[in-house]
Design a binder for this molecule. Structure first.
Ligand code: F6P
Length: 361
């Protein structure tokens, strides 16, 4: 198949490194085969509405180190259950419009840069006959089949720096400082940032915790003369037998609930049960913002270049991935609707415990 033109979208929650992938896909496709590229705006919304911009060599110059995405992104727009705006009562299936956009532009392939949700939708389009190559992004690092998504290292770096700052004020005031991190239902971000910043307690969605266990761990530190504690809590962390703490209920457009509030609950538990003053910091979207780290710039560039190679080779229905240091590809159907979570037996969980970090029983 001769590849003449490719489409690119960035969808789902943004993260550092999206622009680096766009740049690499376009530059490699142009350099290797003189392929044209078009970018659709705001994720799959741009495919339904045919909102697009040309992506030539100049358009992708000087964006390697820039956070966010020049294409815009959306985690609210699913062509199979589409809302034109918030006033619309029920969703409509506009997947046909996205297929028509693909045809209208004479695309040979669509590169979908996104996380679990985007890659699941991409799989649906793949089943409808579109030539899709996925690229796994997300600060949550929860995409199946890859050792690491791009954006994760940048988020870990941002969160670690923030916790370092919280540590000095915790020490001055002899407080228990609870830091709530993003990550949805996976604890990768809290685990990695927590270990990197030397968190004393790390609470993950994958290891339900008890109030008694957490308070006893804080008290043990206090009895040893440690006058402050750092508690890193994933937004999806749960108490044993409990449920996720939700900031906002099911959103009809995103199809998910917004997690948030577990950090404050943990701080309240600590203060009530130990008498130690506690404060909460929610790191929020600063974890998604800013420039990509050098690691993410390199990973994103490797991913983008490999995605372009797969398109030129006619390999579709897959996502690029990182496996043991090399860039490979993995079937989209195995990624779809199947988030990757931290294993309780993982090496990093064991290592954290071995240096005295409390992660629940
Ligand atoms: O998936 C990325 C992520 O930042 C999650 O960690 C978080 O739960 C969610 O997106 C927040 O989404 P929003 O930006 O829509 O509030």
């Amino acid at each position: 198949m001769e590849v003449k033109k490719i489409g690119i979208i960035t969808a789902g929650g943004d993260c550092p490194g999206l622009n680096a992938v766009i740049r690499a896909v376009v530059k490699k496709a142009v350099n290797d085969a003189g392929v044209q590229a078009v970018g659709f705006l705001d994720g799959f919304r741009g495919m339904v509405l045919d909102h697009h911009i040309p992506l030539n060599y100049d358009a992708v110059s000087n964006i390697l180190n820039v956070g966010g995405t020049i294409l815009g992104s959306s985690n609210r727009d699913n062509p199979f259950a589409f809302y034109y705006d918030d006033t619309q009562k029920d969703p409509v299936d506009e997947s046909k419009k996205a297929l028509e956009t693909y045809e209208r532009h004479g695309l040979s392939a669509l590169v979908c840069i996104g996380g679990d949700g985007t890659l699941s939708m991409s799989h649906e389009f793949s089943k409808l006959g579109l030539n899709i190559v996925g690229v796994p992004k997300t600060i949550d690092n929860d995409v199946q089949g890859t050792d690491q998504t791009f954006g994760f290292d940048s988020a870990v770096t941002t969160a670690c720096k923030a916790i370092d700052k919280i540590r000095t004020t915790a020490e001055s005031h002899h407080r228990a400082m609870v830091v709530e991190l993003m990550g949805r239902t996976a604890g990768w971000l809290a685990l990695h940032a927590g270990v990197a910043a030397g968190g004393d307690i790390i609470l993950l969605p994958e290891i339900p915790f008890s109030a008694e266990g957490v308070c006893a761990a804080v008290k043990r530190r206090s009895e040893k003369g440690k006058r402050y504690s750092i508690i890193c809590v994933a937004e999806g962390a749960v108490r044993a037998g409990g449920d996720h703490v939700i900031q906002e209920g099911l959103n009809k457009r995103t199809g998910v609930v917004r997690l948030g509030g577990i950090g404050k609950q943990v701080a309240d538990l600590i203060e009530e049960n130990t008498g130690i003053e506690a404060r909460t910091t929610v790191l929020g979207h600063i974890q998604r913002g800013g420039n990509p780290t050098p690691f993410d710039r390199i990973l994103a560039t490797r991913y983008g270049a490999h995605a372009a190679r797969l398109v030129l080779d006619g390999v579709f229905g897959v996502t690029v991935c990182l496996r043991g240091g090399s860039i490979e590809h993995f079937p989209l159907e195995k990624v779809a609707n199947n988030p990757r979570r931290v294993s309780q037996d993982s090496d990093l969980v064991a290592v954290a415990r071995s240096v005295g970090t409390y992660l629940g029983e």
